[in-house]
Design a protein around this ligand. Structure first.
Ligand code: PLP
Length: 386
């Protein structure tokens, strides 16, 4: 088989074999419907509740605050819908670099109901201007609005991280609801959601070696909200539909493993990120990075300057077995470039490529990728050789 290097772990990760092993019995032997009252069903129910307890303990919250969903998209949609429909929010403060699961949902509500939205000011690196956030909260409260603040904990394309505890404090000071898309951080950092001051937080198992199609929505104690999906009474009547039992088991196991091995994995992945940065700098002198000391350690966004474009470079990388992306995997189905890079005015000439790493990335993967990229760059080290 030809060598490949999978460097797109912010899009999704390979399921950890230990996670898979924990899930299999819930498809083979313990396959009862958790709503069935006989023993086979009760076993599934009890497995879900143990998983919920385990997830809650790891995130420092009550088990009753955790709702299992189909992933980050559903969790983000539910949090925004609940804020508008059930919690009386009439204005949403968000940022132009949120994932589309937030941005498109906000725009949907702004179009279809009497909801307005505004973007908080960002600096060139994508950091949220906290003074501007506070100014907006004061202004909208003065005009009689209850605000929802929806800001992601870490950006999936460039890795910029939010000062989440400060945002939580500011939002609560002005009576706003605070939702954070934590899809790129839960499972990647030890997190205590109480300290964040969030009312809602979203996470997704496939970003940390769990199965696809399973996520959580954290809802803080006392935050009343209605269902997005209607039907049966699952998830305490907040999320109808037969539970994805094996997915839920996989979520809890993946989260447990990620936190047990955090110190080792974190420093290993950081070292891969650094190796990639140094290696790329050596072969492409003009390269620039959308990266700072405080940004998400799993992501490296690089701009290869003149002579190329993102799509062309991605296809050349693909032909060499290097799997990376131009931005969010979800936006690759939309006919536009990265909305994150555009919002930050970073549309530099050339190609912007996101490399992202995990504990399953090897040093050989990095070296193979650097060697292959060298092969597709011209001798001037900045234009693609085609
Ligand atoms: N939010 C962020 C920051 C993401 O990176 C993603 C996945 O790409 C999502 C939300 C959507 O999550 P899911 O794929 O679980 O629906």
């Amino acid at each position: 088989m030809n060598q490949i290097a999978y460097l797109d772990n912010a899009a999704t990760t390979q399921v950890d074999p230990e996670v898979l092993e924990t899930m299999i019995p819930y498809m083979k032997e313990c396959y009862g419907n958790p709503s069935s009252t006989y023993a086979l069903g009760r076993d599934s129910r009890s497995a879900i509740e143990s998983a919920r307890k385990q997830v809650a303990e790891i995130l420092g919250v009550k088990a009753t605050s955790i709702y299992f969903t189909s992933g980050g998209t559903e969790s983000n949609n539910t949090a925004i819908a609940a804020s508008v429909n059930d919690l009386g929010c009439t204005h949403i403060i968000t940022s132009p670099i949120e994932h589309h699961a937030v941005l498109h949902t906000v725009k949907h509500y702004a179009k279809n109901s009497k909801i307005s939205y505004s973007f908080v000011r960002l600096n060139a690196a994508g950091d949220v201007d906290l003074d501007d956030l506070e100014r907006q909260l004061v202004e909208y409260a003065k005009n009689g609005h209850k605000c929802l603040v929806s800001l992601m904990h870490a950006n999936n394309e460039i890795g910029v991280m939010l000062e989440i505890e400060s945002v939580g404090t500011i939002a609560r000071r002005y009576g706003a609801i605070f939702h954070s898309d934590c899809v790129q951080t839960i499972g990647h950092y030890p997190i205590n959601l109480i300290n964040f001051g969030v009312h809602f937080a979203s996470a997704s198992a496939h970003k940390f070696h769990g199965p696809k199609g399973t996520g959580i929505l954290y809802v803080s104690d006392g935050t009343k909200f209605g269902a997005l999906l209607h039907g049966g009474g699952q998830e305490r009547k907040k999320r109808a539909g037969t539970e994805n039992v094996h997915g839920i088991i996989g979520f809890a196991k993946a989260l447990k493993l990620s936190m047990e091995n955090f110190l080792y994995d974190h420093s290993y992945i950081k070292s891969l990120n650094k190796r990639m940065r140094i290696g790329l700098k050596e072969i492409a002198k003009e390269i620039t990075f959308n990266h700072s000391e405080t940004s998400l350690y799993t992501v490296l966004s690089a701009n290869f300057q003149s002579g190329s474009n993102t799509d062309l470079m991605l296809s050349l990388l693909d032909s060499k077995g290097i799997y990376a992306s131009g931005g969010s995997a979800c936006s690759s189905t939309e006919d536009e470039g990265s909305h994150v890079i555009s919002a930050l005015n970073r549309n530099l000439p050339g190609a912007t490529i996101r490399f992202s790493f995990s504990k399953m990335t090897s040093v050989e993967d990095i070296d193979f990728a650097i060697e292959s990229i060298k092969g597709i760059l011209t001798p001037t080290n900045h234009a693609l050789s085609i």
